[in-house]
Design a protein around this ligand. Sequence first.
Ligand code: PRT
Length: 213
Amino acid sequence: MGEKLTIAVQKSGRLQEDSLRILKECGISIDNGKDQLKANASNFPLEVLYLRNSDIPQYVQDGVADIAIVGENVIIEKQKELEVLQKLGFSKCRLAMALPKDVEYTGLEYFNGKKLATSYPNSLRQFLDANNLDCEIHVISGSVEIAPNIGLADGICDLVSSGSTLFKNGLVEVEEVLVSEACLVANKNISNLKSAILERLLFRMRSVLAAKN
Ligand code: PRT
C-alpha cells in the first residue's frame, strides 16, 4: 500500500461542514460511513480522522495526524508548534473582551484589578501581559457570557462572530485580543513522501481559494 497523508477535521461543530466542503471542492471523495471516526479518500492518498477541534492541535503535534483543518485561535490557545500553511477564509471570528453595557469603559487600564471569565486563559494572559495589566482570570468552559450577570466576573473574554450573544447578555465588546479563521496546519516533521502529497493537496486548495476571490 502506498503512503497516505492523514488529515484531522472537526467531528461535529462549526468547522465540520466547511472543512469537508473544501476537500470536496479539491476533487477529493471521502468514503464516509455513518458515525465513522476514520475514513479514506477513494481518489487521493488521504485518510481523514474526525476529532474534536480542541484536541486537534495536540494530535497534529504528536504526529497522529499530519495535517488538520482547525480554528487558528485554538492553535494559539494550546500553544502548539504547528506550521500554518494556509488560511481558509471560513469560521472567521475574534477573541474579544466585553463588559456589561452600563460600565463606563475608560481604556485598557480599566481592567486592572478586575476579574475576567474566559475559556481562553493562555491567549488572554498573553494579551494582559503585553499590555501590563493585572487581572484575575476565571476559567470556565462554556456559557462564558453569563458570568458577569451572575456575579462571577466583571467582564469576559470570548469568541465573537456576529455579536448577537454579547448583545443578548447585555455585554459590549471593548477590546480585540486576536482574530481567527479556519486554517490548514501541519506537523513540522512530516516525511518527504508525505510532503509531496501535501504539496499536491495545497496546490488544489489554493486553486479553489483563488477561484473564490
Ligand atoms: O467540541 P469541539 O472541540 O470540536 O469544538 P469547539 O468547542 O471548538 O466548538 P465550535 O464548533 O463551537 O467552534 C469551532 C471553531 O469555530 C472555534 O474554535 C472558532 O475557531 C470558530 N468560531 C467562529 C467560533 C465562532 N465563530 C463563535 N461565534 N466558535 C465559537 N463561537 C461562539 C462563541 O464562543 C460565543 O459563545 O459563538 C458565540 C458567539 O457568537 P455570535 O455570533 O453571537 O457573536
